[in-house]
Design a protein around this ligand. Structure first.
Ligand code: PGA
Length: 255
């Protein structure tokens, strides 16, 4: 059985106090009601990481960052390295989110570099991929996702793949209220698993956790998670509201 995951991507939201408050209240919730069989991850902004790490006492929520530097250390003003992230107690890092690709021009080879550094620092990587609206409309979405995965991940060796989670996030669905249908999510996840199978074999492909992201909320989560190749979700907006995030985790638990 592969790991089911629900991860919250807070993006650039929540000031320090609000962030700690949300983390503490989620931690309290999952202390009383430990998730069984679903890994719950929260990914706050960098400056929250160390304090959130201390605040998560239940052991039932894992911590992740939203990005990392493409260099290991040194004179890179304003950057945060993978090993710094790891030193806070965080276990995961999101790499290749469409907002990084679009607004910060992060290309496939840079993302591969970040992925390698993150893995070397002992982090697990949530690697994002997904097509924009025009690509979905002109039918190139499978090809686009294939290229992102081939260039960003396939230089990796087999062992490295054990620490990779892929998040399929159609860009047209992120923060828009438009969600991929469960069928659209399933067929892309199947496509992704097929690519990984071709490259790394059945064992790695069957173990790979593939998350869906893009306007996932308490009312559509169960439907999306019911599909066989959808192993969980990467949640943006709804992860900022405790009740919504908890409801999505529970939807994952029950499907
Ligand atoms: P959303 O964001 O749930 O707000 O659409 C998802 C993401 O960008 O990870």
């Amino acid at each position: 059985m592969r790991k089911k995951i629900v991860a919250g991507n807070w993006k650039m939201n929540m000031n320090y106090e609000e962030g700690i408050e949300l983390a503490v209240s989620l931690d309290k919730y999952f202390t009383d009601k430990a998730p069984s069989g679903t890994e719950v991850i929260i990914c706050p902004p960098f400056i929250h990481l160390a304090a959130v790490s201390q605040a998560l006492k239940s052991g039932n929520i894992a911590l992740g960052a939203q990005n990392c530097a493409s260099e290991a250390s040194g004179a890179f003003t304003g950057e945060v390295s993978a090993s710094m992230i790891s030193s806070t107690g965080a276990e995961y890092v999101i790499i290749g989110h469409s907002e990084r690709r679009t607004f910060y021009n992060e290309d496939d080879s840079l993302l591969n570099k970040k992925t390698i550094l993150a893995l070397e620092s002992g982090l697990k990587v949530i690697f994002c991929c997904g097509e924009i609206k025009e690509q979905r409309e002109n039918g190139s979405h499978f090809e686009v996702v294939k290229r992102q995965i081939e260039k960003g991940l396939f230089p990796l060796g087999k062992e490295a793949m054990e620490n990779i989670i892929i998040a399929y996030e159609p860009v047209w669905a992120i923060g828009t209220g438009l969600t991929a249908t469960p069928d659209q999510a399933q067929e892309m996840h199947l496509h992704i698993r097929g690519l990984v199978r071709e490259k790394y074999g059945t064992e790695i492909a069957d173990k790979l956790t593939i998350l869906y992201g893009g306007s996932c909320n308490p009312s559509n989560a169960a439907d999306i998670f019911s599909r066989p190749d959808v192993d969980g979700g990467l949640i943006g907006g709804a992860s900022l509201r405790k009740d919504d995030f908890v409801a999505i985790v529970e939807a994952r638990e029950q499907t």
